[in-house]
Design a protein around this ligand. Structure first.
Ligand code: BTN
Length: 241
């Protein structure tokens, strides 16, 4: 396991493609010139204020159909980290980390598959740590410093996160999946609360998140009591304004 610190890079997830990095290696940067978010969005993070990293993993024990388990592991470990700092964080399906209705962490996991399993995974994480002002176009951003009321030591945070993540990853590798799944479930943002959603065609609807299936599908109950499951990109949870 090695930690590589870069002053600047395009994206730590791009850097993590380099074959010199192996399982457990971490790439950290002060600034990304082309940081990437989910759904093709850019991820902008102020220079030297946050924790921007990618962890390289080789989870060959995971079948291609089990990729959601890795995502669950990352999200739960991030809430463990927030708990350590006194923050009661929740997981906005699938793996954004929120405090109340404010986004604290973004995660972008990029997997390479081969022979039916996950050969290599690049777990990219952007934690808003000490940044206090954000691009006004971002919906509800926050940072640990804003939530806690003081600036934090990013190296210390990184060490804590790595240890917490590896402990959760050990559970995954050892097959202790029920614990991960039940911890994830209890941490779902807006579980059992009436929420508004948007469907890919732009339709707005109301419903209540009731659960997440083992494959990662979100189960939403509509106002007439029917439950439907939605895969990633099939539904977007709208944040209350
Ligand atoms: C999102 O919320 O849309 C996901 C954001 C993921 C950002 C992290 S920062 C480290 C890694 N490198 C990237 O380019 N993206 C991820």
């Amino acid at each position: 396991m090695t930690f590589t610190f870069l002053e600047q890079t395009t994206s730590t997830n791009d850097e993590a493609l380099d074959s010199r990095y192996g399982h457990g290696d971490v790439i950290v940067t002060e600034y990304q010139t082309a940081g990437r978010g989910q759904r093709g969005h850019a991820w902008k993070s102020a220079r030297g204020e946050n924790l921007i990293l990618s962890i390289v993993l080789c989870p060959t024990f995971l079948a291609a159909s089990e990729q959601f388990l890795l995502l669950q592991t990352v999200a739960v470990a991030l809430t463990d980290l927030m708990k350590l700092y006194g923050l009661d964080a929740r997981i906005k399906w699938t793996n954004d980390i929120y405090v109340d209705d404010r986004k604290l962490v973004g995660v972008l996991i990029e997997n390479s598959l081969g022979e039916g399993c996950v050969v290599r995974s690049r777990v990219g994480i952007g934690i808003n740590v000490n940044q206090k002002t954000f691009d006004p176009s971002l919906p509800n951003p926050t940072s640990m410093a804003l939530e806690i009321g003081k600036e934090l030591d990013r190296r210390e945070l990184l060490t804590h996160f790595y240890d917490l993540f590896m402990a959760r990853y050990a559970d995954l590798e050892a097959g202790r999946r029920e614990k991960l799944a039940s911890d994830y479930r209890q941490l779902i943002y807006r579980l059992n609360e009436r929420s508004r959603f948007q469907l890919p065609d732009g339709t707005l609807c109301e419903g209540v998140i009731r659960d997440v299936e083992p494959n990662g599908a979100l189960i939403v109950e509509n106002p007439s009591g029917e439950k439907r499951s939605y895969l990633f990109r099939e539904i977007t949870l709208l944040i209350p304004s």
